[in-house]
Design a protein around this ligand. Structure first.
Ligand code: TTP
Ligand code: MG
Ligand code: MG
Length: 429
């Protein structure tokens, strides 16, 4: 029996009453696509998808107008990163295979991805928010949580004025719209920011949970993935409200102590997680899916140069972000989609492309490469910030550290494709 009536608490006087909070979740609307539309404003209102490579760059005609690449002309194995709302109306969404999207929206315009540009706009909108409300938790390229609780007067209107101000500041800094949810916690705000997308501002209190949150599909809750929602559905629980109505002991019995208890709490909109304003990345990686599957022996030169390029890019990422790595790993996906990873720990932290390349080559030697490869990735883990490595405790030791830091300077990016694939004294044959 799944119906459950919440018992009236006997006494709440032993429970700590947490101070009231107001947390915003801000997510940019159709982010990559919207950044592209700033460049090509004539495409506004049209179905546009982002996912192409360099060959899909618009070309200028002799009369100065641009000729765009249409989805119907696409062949390849790419996937879309995102689509405009007009393309979504045709059934085309993030992570969809581009060929499949072409069947649904043959006239949609395909534009190549330009991550550098999206990162630039990401920094711009986050900086604009921090000017107004500094308690920001970075949740990836197009979203953040913001703790608004300390902002004077914020509780007077449940965050309405500050919500409008944030949207205005983001628009002024970037020309882009975003959607914001403002509620007492992160879980509810994440759900709320989606309720009125695009260009939404949604304020919810706990009193709104039955009407606004319980009708939502369980899958919408951050933390209920495809597996859990499938299992919930197998018991007839489809919406958040279905979970809220279930007996918590029953949830624990079927979903385990911690996840079952969490499901109960989450479905009632309870979440005490703090907004975490800073976190060090755990790893940085680069990977690429090949246009065609490559074989370690027959396509050795091509694979070798892609491998080197990935290491050079990874070294560049580390340098830009100010980290050095002590654990280098590789990831391979074979033509049967099986994934293999290997890693190794270095004697010292590095951000040097050559050192990374050599370590990654060592990892590769430990993999059976009989099958053809679909994807290759290189990962830098066990990161330390350069500030940490070069000047530990500078605040207390104003003198220059006597021992030189054990960080190698990054080499200039080289596109040297002549490095052998495995850097081995005993080449694989
Ligand atoms: P999302 O915020 O999930 O999507 P979105 O901003 O495009 O659209 P929405 O208005 O619904 O928020 O993702 C942010 C960006 O991340 C998106 O523009 C492209 C990228 N992305 C991918 O590359 N692959 C994916 O599968 C998803 C979901 C997003
Ligand atoms: Mg978004
Ligand atoms: Mg997002």
């Amino acid at each position: 029996m799944l119906l459950y009536v919440q018992p009236v608490p006997q006494s709440d006087c032993h429970h700590r009453v947490p101070p009231p909070r107001l947390i915003a979740h801000l997510d940019m609307d159709a982010f990559y696509a919207s950044v592209e539309l700033l460049r090509y404003p004539e495409l506004r209102g049209l179905p546009v998808v982002i996912g192409g490579g360099r060959r899909h760059q618009p070309v200028q005609r002799s009369d100065g107008t641009l000729e765009y690449f249409r989805l119907r002309d696409y062949t390849g194995r790419g996937v879309l990163t995102t689509s405009t709302y007009e393309a979504r109306a045709l059934g085309v969404f993030s992570a969809m295979g581009t060929m499949k999207a072409a069947l649904l929206a043959p006239d949609a315009i395909l534009l190549p991805v330009d991550f550098d540009e999206y990162r630039r706009y990401s920094r711009l909108f986050k900086a604009a928010v921090r000017e107004i409300a500094p308690q920001v938790e970075d949740r990836g390229i197009d979203e953040i949580y913001v703790d608004l609780s300390e902002i004077p007067g914020v509780f007077d209107d449940a965050g309405t004025a500050i919500g409008r101000q944030l949207k205005g500041a983001v628009h002024a800094a970037t020309g882009l719209t975003c959607s914001i949810g403002i509620t007492p916690n992160k879980l509810l705000s994440k759900l709320a920011s989606e309720l009125d997308k695009p260009n939404g501002l949604t304020l919810l209190s706990v009193d709104d949970i039955p009407t606004r949150i319980w009708p939502l599909a369980a899958r919408k809750v951050n933390g209920i993935g495809p597996k859990a929602s499938e299992k919930l559905a197998s018991f007839g629980l489809h919406t958040v409200g279905d979970i809220a109505a279930a007996d918590p002991a029953w949830l624990v019995e079927h979903f385990g102590r911690s996840y079952g208890a969490w499901l109960h709490e989450a479905s009632h909109g309870r979440d005490e997680r703090e907004v975490v304003t800073f976190s060090e990345p755990k790893s940085i990686s680069r990977e690429t899916t090949f246009d065609r599957d490559l074989h370690a022996k027959r396509d050795r030169a091509e694979l070798g140069s892609i491998f080197t390029e990935l290491c050079v890019q990874l070294a560049g990422d580390l340098t830009r972000k100010g980290y050095a790595s002590k654990t280098i790993g590789i990831k391979l996906r074979f033509d049967d989609f099986k994934i293999v990873t290997r890693d190794l720990t270095l004697p010292a932290h590095t951000m040097d492309a050559k050192v990374i390349r050599r370590a990654a080559g060592e990892c590769l030697k430990r993999v059976d490469l009989a099958r053809r490869l679909r994807l290759l990735g290189v990962r830098a883990g066990a990161l330390a910030s350069l500030a940490e490595l070069v000047a530990p405790q500078t605040a207390y030791e104003p003198t220059v550290p006597s021992a030189p830091p054990r960080v190698r300077e990054p080499t200039q990016p080289t596109h040297n494709a002549s490095l052998p694939l495995f850097d081995s004294e005993h080449p694989h044959e």
